[in-house]
Design a protein. Structure first.
Length: 378
């Protein structure tokens, strides 16, 4: 383990890969932003959800990366066993696997809904395209995916924030009216969670379960570099994701009458700004969904089959993608996202509490024994 300096370009690639995994269909389409951030009828509620989410993400990601760096653990099984013991680790591993598998469903559906809302393509065809391209990329393995999606993440988040900032000039002055419409019951909004605090814990929990395997692997792969670079990657990725969610969430409040009934609220903003070329943002959304679909299916399959080059691994990817496709034909996108993210998010909040407490206990023990993150060996 070393203290090598990491170039800004390499940091950007890893930040991008993490962001690309996180943003997926929920963030890029605006549906999860609507359900977790926009529907509470107050600006402070939107901010509160973001603050809770940021701290949960940053602390838990640092814990995952520390396990990968200091113990050489690069899968969720080893990471959760380290922090929660054998029985608890198995339970947390089941949480992570179940959530990732379920997320794959609503992201395939989200891909199909974007094509349908923007260009009128049947959802069944759009969802089939999502399965084919995600399975094909996942079959190439994680390292190849980081090379591909690491360059996509910053572009997607940057473009989304640009859309959000431009839209703010029109919709932020309408936030007061939007909040009043929510509180008066003039519009029906689908909320994820019972209140803003619960929404923040649930959303943060989702962000922890979604990327647990990838962050652990990153921590292990970056062991030659100073640990501060790993923390920078985790911190900037977490901040950028939450900041983008808040910016877009406030826009949706100002446009609540339309946003509350749309499957893809972000497309409303983009089409309002760009008009005829709003389809360019639809393409950005599709790329965002693709960037999360691929590592999700990798996570689910690699937890059981470690050899990414084996025919068994590739065949399992195909079977899993096909099974999910048929589920998405019968359950609406908004419904899939709401139930999956809300309830799995609560399990993620429990994981966060245990992992973060055990992380600081482990760090204190290592420090007491005079071992630093630069000196530890597997």
């Amino acid at each position: 383990m070393g203290n090598k300096t990491m170039s800004i370009g390499k940091q950007t690639t890893f930040i991008g890969a993490l962001l690309a995994y996180l943003i997926g269909s929920g963030f890029a389409t605006g549906q999860e932003t609507m359900q977790f951030f926009s529907g509470w009828g107050a600006v402070w509620s939107c901010m509160l959800v973001g603050v809770i989410t940021f701290f949960m993400m940053y602390l838990a990601y640092s814990a995952y990366a520390y396990a990968g760096r200091t113990r050489g653990l690069n899968d969720v099984s080893g990471i959760f066993k380290l922090y929660a013991g054998t029985a608890g680790g198995k339970l947390f591993e089941a949480f992570a696997w179940s959530f990732n598998a379920s997320c794959y469903m609503f992201m395939v559906s989200g891909f199909g809904n974007v094509l349908h809302q923007q260009w009128g393509i049947p959802i069944a065809i759009g969802s089939a395209v999502a399965v084919v391209i995600s399975v094909g990329t996942a079959a190439a393995g994680l390292n190849k995916m980081i090379d591909i999606i690491g360059r996509i993440g910053p572009v997607i988040v940057g473009f989304t924030i640009v859309v959000g900032i431009i839209s703010a000039f029109e919709y932020y002055p309408l936030i007061g009216a939007g909040n009043a419409a929510i509180n008066n019951g003039e519009v029906e909004v689908t909320r994820a969670g019972a209140n803003p605090v619960a929404a923040g814990l649930s959303f943060g929990g989702c962000c922890l379960l979604l990327v647990s395997a990838m962050v652990g692997r990153m921590g292990s792969e970056l062991r030659d570099y100073d640990f501060k670079y790993t923390n920078i990657i985790m911190g900037l990725a977490s901040f950028a994701f939450v900041f983008g969610s808040i910016v877009m969430g406030l826009n949706h409040i100002g446009n609540i009458a339309n946003a509350s009934t749309a499957a893809i609220p972000n497309l409303l903003l983009a089409n309002n700004i760009f008009g005829a070329i709003g389809g360019a943002f639809a393409v950005i959304i599709l790329v965002a969904v693709y960037s999360t679909l691929c590592p999700i299916i990798w996570t689910c399959v690699s937890m059981f089959i470690k050899d990414e080059k084996s025919m068994k691994y590739k065949l399992t990817c195909v079977i899993a993608g096909t099974a999910v496709y048929f589920v998405t034909l019968y359950v609406p996108y908004q419904t899939l996202l709401n139930y999956i993210m809300t309830y799995f998010g609560y399990s993620g909040a429990i994981v966060c509490g245990v992992v973060v407490v055990r992380y600081y206990m482990l760090k204190a023990k290592d420090k007491k024994e005079g071992i630093t993150v630069s000196e530890q060996t597997v």
